[in-house]
Design a protein. Structure first.
Length: 216
């Protein structure tokens, strides 16, 4: 799913595929049946969300799926910090100014609007999805939002704009009180699934240690 050591950052569909699941993680706690407008309001009211993740990517023609796991922190005023612990240490930071990825102890690879405008423009589109912005969703996806009963919900996004429609066939989110799973189907036939657990909302502000991590 992520770039292996030694690969350079480049603005193409492969890069966007690597980063995409990370941009969908700002979905915080949910109540039972809600509308898309209510989701947008709920997302913006969650100052800090922490969770454990387990990711599985099934690549066409590969006998075994690729698996990874770690911890993520989403802070409304800081951005997203994705810390993979297995199979190798990898940290990804996404905020308003940059996208920075560091593997093991190597120097971070950084994407900004100046050195990679196409990728950074895509970044801003995905950041709008953090807040379930209905206008952005309707401009870029065909939306199917369903109440599955007993407080459970399902949101299916089918891309209708480029480059999303060239990369993904569909993006499915499911949950109850929290976002629990993301399933991505791409146009090459690969499948990526992310399962979130151990959601934590307290403390409501970042600790000193967490602030230092965001500054890497």
């Amino acid at each position: 799913m992520f770039r292996q050591p030694g690969h350079s950052v480049r603005a193409n569909g492969s890069d966007i595929m690597r980063f995409w699941p990370l941009f969908l993680l700002l979905c915080g706690p949910f109540a039972s049946a809600v509308t898309l407008d209510e989701l947008q309001q709920r997302f913006t009211q969650q100052p800090v969300v922490r969770a454990h993740f387990e990711q599985t990517r099934a690549i066409k023609d590969m006998p075994q799926p690729l698996r990874s796991q770690g911890e993520m922190i989403i802070a409304r005023d800081k951005g997203l910090l994705w810390r993979q612990t297995r199979p190798f240490p990898m940290t990804l930071l996404l905020d308003d100014a940059r996208m920075a990825q560091q593997i093991n102890d190597q120097p971070p690879q950084v994407v900004t609007a100046q050195n990679n405008p196409q990728m950074f423009q895509f970044n801003h589109l995905l950041r709008a999805l953090f807040q379930a912005d209905r206008q952005v969703l309707e401009q870029n996806f065909r939306i199917d939002f369903q109440d599955n009963g007993q407080g459970r919900w399902r949101l299916m996004l089918t891309p209708v704009t480029t480059p999303l429609d060239k990369i993904f066939a569909s993006i499915e989110l499911k949950g109850r009180d929290y976002l629990e799973t993301i399933n991505l189907s791409d146009k090459q036939g690969d499948q990526t699934g992310i399962v979130f657990s151990q959601h934590r909302l307290e403390p409501a502000t970042l600790t000193d240690d967490e602030r230092q991590r965001f500054a890497f």
